[in-house]
Design a protein around this ligand. Structure first.
Ligand code: ACO
Length: 329
C-alpha cells in the first residue's frame, strides 16, 4: 500500500482594508520611500484597525472564506492549527478562538509559535496527522496582527510589518500528489537578535516594561539578514538536492516575504528565475505567518495539478525550513 500523503485542497486569504503606504510612514518617522523600497521591496502594508480585534479576527475571515470555497461546513473539520506570533492572548490559543468563531465544533485546535516559520512548521505538523490516517480535514491558518507589537516610532521595524492571514485545507492526497518532503530547522541561540523582551514569564509586563517599550519587536536587522539569507537559501537547495530537482523542475518558489533581497538570493541559489517566484511583499510587507498562504491564494489560478512547488521560510528563534509539494488541483 502506498503512503498516505497530505495535499492542499483549498486556499484563502484575508487582508484588512487600511493601507499604510510608504508616503504615510515618511510622515511618521525619519525614512523615505526610496530607502524602504531598495532595502526591503515594500511599498505598502495593511493594518487591522478598530478596538478589540486580534489575530483570531484576521484568521476567522480566511477560514470562513476557505470553507465557503471548498463547500464544506466548519463541523467537518478535524483540527485547526493556527500559526501566529501575535496570539490574541497568551492563553487560550488563537486556534481555539478561531475554531469557536467559525463554528468548528468537532475540531481540536492549538497554536504553533515559530515566528515567521510558524506556517511551514504548522503545515509539516498537520501533514503528519493526515499521514497517520486518523484525520481527514485539517486547516492550517497563519494569522498575525503585527501592528499590535510594532513600535511606530522605530523606523527600523515599523516599515517592515503588516497584518494579514491565510488559510489552507489539507486532506489525504490522490495520485501521490501533495507534500513530498519537509526539512525544518531551529537554533535557539539566535533569540538574542530577534525577540519581544517583555510580556512573557521571563519578564512579565509592568509599568517599567511598557515605559521602556519592551512589548514591541526587538530586531537586530543586519544580523538577522545574514542568517536569513544563508539559511533560507541553504535549506531550499538541500530539499531540491535530496529530491533530485533542478531549477527547471520547479514551477514556483513560495518564499516567506521578509525582504525582497533575501527572496532574490534564495531563488538565485535554487536556479529559479524571477518569473517563478511568488512575490507580494510590495503590497503587504511582512505579515509573518500570513505571507506564504497569501501568496498561494493570489497565485492559485496559475497553479496546475502536479506542479512542483517549494515553500521556504526563515524567522525569529531562529527557525527556518522548506517544504516540497506537488500541487494537487
Ligand atoms: N529608513 C531610513 N533609514 C533606516 C531605516 C528606515 N526605515 N531603518 C534603518 N535605517 C538606517 C539605519 O539606522 C542604518 O543607519 P546607520 O548606517 O547610520 O547606522 C542604516 O539604515 C542601515 O541599517 P541596517 O539595519 O544595516 O539596514 P539593512 O540594509 O540591514 O536593512 C532590514 C534593515 C530591512 C531590517 C534588513 O536588515 C532585514 O530585512 N533583515 C532581516 C529581517 C528578517 O528576515 N527577519 C526575520 C523574519 S521576521 C520574524 O521572524 C518576526
Amino acid at each position: 500500500m502506498s503512503k498516505v500523503r497530505a495535499a492542499i485542497t483549498a486556499v484563502a486569504g484575508y487582508v484588512p482594508d487600511y493601507v499604510l503606504s510608504n508616503a504615510e510612514l515618511e510622515r511618521m518617522v525619519d525614512t523615505t520611500d526610496e530607502w524602504i523600497t531598495t532595502r526591503t521591496g515594500i511599498k505598502e502594508r495593511r493594518l487591522l484597525k478598530g478596538d478589540l480585534l486580534g489575530s483570531s479576527d484576521l484568521g476567522k475571515e480566511a477560514v470562513n472564506a476557505l470553507l465557503e470555497k471548498r463547500g464544506i461546513s466548519a463541523e467537518e473539520i478535524d483540527l485547526i492549527i493556527c500559526a501566529t506570533a501575535t496570539p490574541d492572548m497568551l492563553f487560550p490559543s488563537t486556534g481555539n478562538l478561531i475554531a469557536h468563531k467559525v463554528g468548528a465544533k468537532n475540531a481540536f485546535a492549538f497554536d504553533i509559535m515559530a515566528a515567521c516559520s510558524g506556517f511551514i512548521y504548522s503545515v509539516t505538523t498537520a501533514s503528519k496527522y493526515i499521514e497517520s490516517g486518523q484525520y481527514k480535514k485539517i486547516i492550517v491558518v497563519g494569522a498575525d496582527k503585527m501592528s499590535s507589537i510594532v513600535d511606530y516610532e522605530d523606523r527600523s521595524t515599523c516599515v517592515i510589518f503588516g497584518d494579514g492571514s491565510g488559510a489552507i485545507l489539507l486532506e489525504p492526497a490522490e495520485d501521490d500528489l501533495g507534500i513530498q518532503d519537509t526539512i525544518m530547522r531551529s537554533d535557539g541561540s539566535g533569540w538574542t537578535h530577534l525577540h519581544q523582551k517583555a510580556g512573557g514569564s521571563l519578564r512579565p509586563s509592568s509599568h517599567e516594561t511598557v515605559d521602556q517599550k519592551m512589548h514591541y519587536i526587538y530586531q537586530e536587522g543586519r544580523s538577522v539578514f545574514k542568517f536569513a539569507v544563508t539559511k533560507m537559501a541553504d535549506v531550499s537547495a538541500e530539499i531540491m538536492e535530496r529530491n533530485n530537482l533542478t531549477g527547471d523542475d520547479i514551477a514556483y518558489l513560495v518564499p516567506h516575504q521578509a525582504n525582497k533581497r533575501i527572496i532574490d538570493a534564495t531563488a538565485q541559489r535554487m536556479g529559479v528565475g524571477p518569473e517563478k517566484v511568488m512575490l507580494n511583499i510590495h503590497k503587504y510587507g511582512n505579515t509573518t505567518n500570513g505571507t506564504i498562504p497569501l501568496c498561494l491564494w493570489e497565485w492559485e489560478n496559475k497553479l496546475n495539478k502536479g506542479d512542483n512547488i517549494i515553500l521556504a521560510a526563515f524567522g525569529g528563534g531562529f527557525t527556518w525550513g522548506s517544504i516540497y509539494l506537488k500541487w494537487a488541483y
